[in-house]
Design a protein around this ligand. Structure first.
Ligand SMILES: *Cc1c(COP(=O)(O)O)cnc(C)c1O
Length: 235
């Protein structure tokens, strides 16, 4: 049986896990959006998930994503860029994605805003926070966030709507919990410092193996790939 045929069942199992995690945390499951991460999988997988009611899809490469968007045109899906955004792809990304999760500084934010103005789009954006300080990780360091949110206030087309984190990979989700908690605390500190609440509404955190913990810690967007689509052979 091709995995494609299993997608509806896998998707509903993930939705069930999400609902139970939210309920256990005393939260409304509707306050957590599931982004199905379809990177590396063909458009047939996207169609199978869309037929099962999935609307939000996540991709980590602009070029690959734009190809799928064209093939899936007519399905009215929302596409999220969850991978690193290079400055020279800002124009394409601003034109194509509903939400960009990987804003890593004021410069990139301004660039995406200018591109969105030109393209006539109004994308949402999340500021990715680098909590680990690993050389390979992307994101703004916590001490840079004040500048990024100052830049967010002058955006004309892009709406900054929250924060995103991609923690180092641990097998035990409990080891990831401190990163999720830290992102929530940073959100609270920014709010106390006067950043407008709509700019801090979303916390994008949690993947296939740790999204329940992320929901307990306040995630409003979870990005789930392999639990829905199967194991990937590349990133
Ligand atoms: C690939 C990816 C995911 C999904 O990972 P899974 O473990 O397959 O659920 C989530 N977030 C980002 C940023 C990713 O690159």
């Amino acid at each position: 049986m091709p995995l494609e045929a299993e997608i509806p069942a896998r998707l509903s199992s993930v939705r069930g896990r999400l609902e139970r995690a939210a309920a256990a945390a005393g939260r409304n499951p509707r306050d957590v959006r599931l982004v199905a991460v379809s990177k590396t999988f063909g458009v047939d997988y996207v169609r199978a998930a869309a037929a099962a009611g999935q609307v939000d899809f996540g991709e980590n490469r602009v070029q690959e994503a734009v190809g799928k968007m064209e093939q899936a045109r007519g399905l009215s899906l929302r596409w999220h860029l969850i991978g690193h955004l290079q400055a020279n792809k800002a124009r394409k990304a601003a034109a194509a994605f509903s939400c960009i999760h990987s804003i890593d500084g004021a410069d990139l934010l301004h660039r995406v805003d200018r591109a969105a103005i030109e393209a006539g789009t109004r994308p949402d954006a999340l500021v990715q926070v680098d909590l680990a300080g690993e050389p390979t990780k992307h994101g703004a360091r916590p001490e840079e966030l004040e500048d990024v949110f100052a830049a967010a206030r002058s955006c004309e087309a892009v709406h900054v709507v929250g924060l995103m984190v991609l923690p180092p990979l641990f097998e035990d989700p409990e080891e990831t919990r401190p990163y999720f908690r830290r992102l929530r605390e940073i959100r609270d500190t920014l709010a106390a410092g006067g950043v407008p609440p709509p700019m801090l509404a979303q916390l994008s955190m949690g993947m296939s193996h740790d999204f329940e913990v992320a929901v307990q810690e306040g995630a409003t967007i979870v990005r789930v790939g392999s639990a829905i689509f199967g194991e990937r052979t590349r990133e």
